[in-house]
Design a protein around this ligand. Structure first.
Ligand SMILES: [Ca+2]
Length: 149
């Protein structure tokens, strides 16, 4: 599962409204899965600290859209950033995507890596012994089956 934490903006956003301050939120788009943060009202340097979990899909990038929310008119898209996912280094880490600071990664990456090394450490002898054991067990079962007849 892909974890995305929206932390904050590294830089201030210029005031977009004539009569009010910025009311900012982030929309996260990963394939067909779309989530959004809460609106931080009246701030040009918001801190969200909100986490979202997505199911992995074939899409190789995550899109982040920064919006200014409005009570009386449609929300305004301020900027759009694209983050490419790399399959080899999916451990959860903090990164900057444009002016956005996020944490992103596969929450099970460490566990999967651990099991992969364990499997690699298993020698051919281990595997052969296991196979011999299976065959012997099967023979025992067959013998028991035949003596019953
Ligand atoms: Ca606004």
């Amino acid at each position: 599962m892909l974890l995305v934490e929206i932390l904050k903006l590294n830089d201030k956003v210029d005031n977009k409204d004539w009569f009010s301050k910025n009311d900012l939120y982030i929309k996260i788009i990963y394939g067909a899965q779309i989530r959004r943060t809460n609106i931080v009202w009246d701030k040009s340097n918001p801190v969200w600290n909100e986490g979202f979990v997505f199911n992995h899909n074939a899409t190789e990038h995550v899109i982040f859209e920064l919006y200014d929310g409005d009570k009386w008119s449609p929300d305004e898209l301020i900027l759009k950033e694209k983050y490419a996912l790399k399959n080899s280094h999916m451990d959860v880490k903090e990164v900057d995507v444009g002016i956005l600071k996020i944490k992103i990664g596969d929450v099970y990456f460490k566990t999967r890596e651990k099991y992969n090394t364990m499997l690699k450490k298993k020698t051919i002898v281990d595997i052969k012994l296991k196979r011999i054991h299976e065959i012997l067990q099967l023979n025992d079962e067959l013998e028991a089956f035949h003596t019953k007849q």
